[in-house]
Design a protein around this ligand. Structure first.
Ligand code: CAA
Length: 258
């Protein structure tokens, strides 16, 4: 029987995925990443879902890739086997907003998983580090690329080369996280934010996510062009007309996500 390493539920238009490998502090092994990827794609395909939250435990969002599993692997095991590529990057295929609700350790691959999300809501206990250098490894699930884009080269180099751990306050000041909230309020805050987002028009959310991501991946002129077409496409959306007419009519919009 397959061990369940995540828990999945929905709340209204929000899909919630909780990493559930507590004895290993949610260390990310293949089985967990397969289950996470499948749950993300299922929510992405579900018309009743507008936003997704990934959470961990109070002690750890995730303590990184599973070191016990990796310790026995050879170069060809990971090269031919497509380690990371085979199941960690599924999250890049998700077109709906994904929020990370982070308490405790977000280390190595756990920090990289949070960085791959669109919004990070951090509890005051959250701790972020890319400590792979201590293992003579390197952050290999996007950390060397997403962290400098998020917080700049100086801070990212410091974290990657020294393994320095940031507390939630530092992560907030550096722009690594979106918001910091008290631990007791983490899930309520993350879910309230996700519900607020999910109530907006889904095609608008998907277009906004794609456009903001394009800012990371293209020169400014190409990004502006992408944004302009995304704006033009809004005028083909019934929801956009509803949103503008609702504003003019001083009433709440009634979005149908089309
Ligand atoms: N992989 C496998 N097991 C892990 C793990 C990991 N990344 N992190 C923690 N665990 C296990 C521990 O081995 C321990 O298991 P046992 O009880 O069987 O001994 C259990 O989880 C609890 O951990 P600790 O006893 O170490 O708990 P702690 O509270 O003393 O320390 C911690 C917590 C600081 C997070 C510490 O566990 C730690 O440093 N973990 C490793 C963090 C790390 O190096 N992450 C990077 C991994 S490499 C990577 O992610 C590569 C990549 O880019 C893809």
């Amino acid at each position: 029987m397959t061990e369940e390493l995540i828990r999945v539920h929905t709340r209204g238009r929000v899909g919630v995925i909780t990493l559930d490998r507590p004895r290993q502090l949610n260390a990310l092994n293949d089985a967990l990443m397969d289950q996470l990827g499948a749950a993300l794609l299922a929510f992405d395909a579900d018309a009743g879902i507008g936003a997704i939250v990934i959470a961990g435990s109070a002690k750890a969002f995730a303590a990184g890739a599973d070191i016990e599993a990796m310790a026995g692997w050879s170069f060809m095991d990971v090269y031919q086997g497509g380690f990371i590529t085979r199941n960690w990057e599924t999250i890049r295929r998700v077109r709906k907003p994904v929020l990370a609700a982070v308490a405790g350790y977000a280390m190595g691959g756990g920090c990289e998983l949070a960085l791959a999300c669109d919004v990070i809501v951090a509890a005051e206990s959250a701790k972020f580090a890319l400590p792979e250098v201590k293992l003579a490894m390197l952050p290999g699930a996007g950390g060397t690329q997403r962290l400098p884009r998020a917080i700049g080269k100086a801070k990212a180099m410091d974290m990657c080369l020294s393994g320095r751990m940031l507390d939630a306050g530092e992560a907030d000041r550096y722009g690594l996280v979106s918001r910091v909230v008290p631990d007791a309020e983490l899930m309520d805050s993350a879910l309230a934010l996700a519900e607020q987002i999910a109530a907006f028009s889904l095609p608008a959310l998907m277009a906004i996510k794609a456009a903001v991501n394009r800012a990371w991946e293209s020169p400014l002129s190409e990004g502006i062009l992408f944004e302009r077409h995304a704006l033009y496409e809004r005028f083909a959306s019934a929801d956009a007309h509803e949103g503008m007419h609702a504003f003019l009519g001083k009433r709440a919009p009634d979005f149908h996500h089309r």
